[in-house]
Design a protein around this ligand. Structure first.
Ligand code: FE2
Length: 273
């Protein structure tokens, strides 16, 4: 049933998937991680520049727990406009392997069952992110396909997006284009031989914007996103945060490219559920 809807629409919305206590536990844990963070590097996460040159702090974060700042939280002179805890855009990208609280949540047997039911036979947990979508300064995430960043041949990247707080149009919920996962990939983000990373344009047509619908969901909802489904989220200019945890899974049967931005050290190989 889920699989038929997923294959037709490119996404699933599963309300009440996570109970409120489990949402609270992740929110509390993320708060602890932020309180323990002493920035010696300020790396800003933005999706606005088309040919963003990713910094090493970002590129080396595939097997670490690192913190990325909101663009609008930092003044032109480099000072913070808000307290640090209100300035973090996200934490990434190996929470699911390195933090016991996130690891336990990410390896819930129900997730393995869900992913298996969608046809991913040999799942590997590739990437996790804790996204704050802070009040007032939460940045937009422009329309994209996750496969651009997490490329496998054939495409297998599948996103699990957990609303830890209510997500509304006002605080920057996800927008998706139902059925849009049949669109070919538009670009690929990859490492350059000389260092850094950039986008390779594969198809110069913009992702179609018409038909995007907002997914306003209560906390506890799990949204499953096909890797080719165009989606975005607007900025949060409201006083209410919209915290979410995301997990991306690939199929070990698909080939993961060696120049994908996200790479693991041999000391921390990818694992399944
Ligand atoms: Fe995404």
């Amino acid at each position: 049933m889920h699989r038929r809807d997923y294959e037709h629409d490119g996404f699933l919305v599963l309300e009440r998937f996570v109970d409120p206590a489990a949402c609270d536990a992740l929110i509390a844990r993320a708060g602890e991680l932020v309180r323990g963070f002493r920035p010696d590097t300020v790396s800003i996460f933005t999706t606005r520049e088309q040919t963003r040159t990713a910094d090493d702090y970002f590129l080396d974060s595939g097997d670490k727990i690192r913190f990325f700042f909101e663009e609008d939280a930092i003044a032109p002179d480099g000072s913070f406009r808000y307290p640090l805890a209100r300035s973090i855009n996200k934490i990434g990208h190996a929470l699911h392997d390195l933090d016991p609280v996130f690891s336990r949540f990410s390896r819930d047997p129900r997730l393995a069952e869900l992913i298996g039911a969608l046809g991913i036979a040999q799942p590997l947990l590739l990437q996790s992110m804790y996204i704050f979508k802070q009040p007032f300064v939460g940045g937009e995430v422009t329309a994209h396909q996750d496969h651009t960043y997490l490329w496998t041949d054939p495409p297998s990247a599948t996103g699990l997006w957990f609303a830890l707080e209510d997500a509304t149009v006002g605080n920057g919920c996800l927008w998706v284009r139902p059925g849009g996962h049949t669109e070919p990939p538009r670009k690929r983000f990859h490492r350059r031989p000389g260092g850094g990373a950039s986008f390779e344009l594969l198809d110069d047509r913009d992702l179609p914007f018409d038909g995007m619908v907002p997914l306003e969901v209560p906390r506890g909802t799990c949204i499953v996103l096909h890797g080719l489904l165009p989606h975005y989220s607007g900025p949060n200019r409201s006083p209410i945060s919209r915290q979410a945890y995301t997990l991306h899974v690939i199929d070990a049967a698909a080939h993961y490219r060696s120049d994908n931005w996200l790479q693991r050290s041999p000391a921390l190989p990818l694992r399944g559920f």
